[in-house]
Design a protein. Structure first.
Length: 238
């Protein structure tokens, strides 16, 4: 799609449907992939390694982010090293805190020092981003995922946090800011406008890409037609 190819931002597909992921891998404007335990649960994945192996059979060049599932730092470290060795295109997702609210900064520092490619996830504030930047090995590839959609759900403008974070990482060529929890197609253009490096987009939203740039007058007619046809189905009488 021409308009997407012109954007500076990279689009990563977010999901856990293996068939969809393999199809999206063939599209040039899809630059990478992310998944998480919640998406895997929705797709009824019960064997993490088998799931990853199926994905990596065909997606072995574009980056793929897999998340640790442990809550203790020692087990997180063990899992991170294990996942990282599955393939050379893997970024290991480490949450900013565990479920008890304990920050993972020490672990992030250790893994980054060892040159693991990391995706630091579940960040919500600029202060959290600053703390992560401070402990990173600046020569190691890192993605910092800010949950913009969830920030917006609280009534706040996530683009402000994204913009400040992009500026904070400007001099570090191997650190990229990612707009996570995309809610609508327009988020891609918002993220691109503030200079965000990556946006991760759910498969359900990617399926709507065909209407980007659609004529709004025609869209208006189609919408009215849909309402009219649906009213006939329920045989509304007034």
């Amino acid at each position: 799609m021409k308009i997407l190819n012109k954007l500076r931002i990279k689009i990563f597909a977010d999901g856990a449907n293996i068939i969809d992921m393999h199809k999206l891998n063939k599209i040039n404007y899809i630059s990478g992939f992310t998944t998480n335990p919640s998406l895997m649960s929705q797709s009824k994945i019960n064997n993490y390694r088998t799931f990853a192996d199926e994905i990596l059979k065909k997606i072995n060049k574009k980056p793929v982010s897999f998340e640790v599932t442990a809550d203790s730092f020692s087990e997180m470290e063990k899992q991170a090293n294990h996942i990282y060795n599955w393939s050379s295109n893997i970024f290991v997702k480490i949450p900013f805190t565990n479920s008890k609210g304990q920050k993972t900064l020490g672990l992030i520092k250790k893994l980054s020092k060892n040159r693991l490619k990391l995706n630091i996830t579940s960040l919500f504030t600029y202060d959290q981003v600053r703390q992560v930047i401070k402990v990173l090995n600046k020569d190691s590839e890192t993605i910092i995922s800010i949950f913009a959609g969830r920030i917006a759900d609280t009534g706040r403008d996530p683009s402000l946090t994204i913009k400040k974070s992009v500026l904070a990482t400007k001099k570090y060529k191997k650190i990229q800011i990612l707009w996570a929890s995309c809610r609508e197609i327009y988020n891609i253009f918002e993220a691109n406008k503030v200079g965000c490096h990556i946006i991760t987009v759910p498969h359900s939203i990617i399926k709507k890409f065909s209407i980007i740039g659609k004529n709004l007058d025609q869209y208006s007619i189609e919408t009215t037609r849909d309402f009219y046809l649906d009213s006939k189905k329920i045989r509304v009488k007034i």
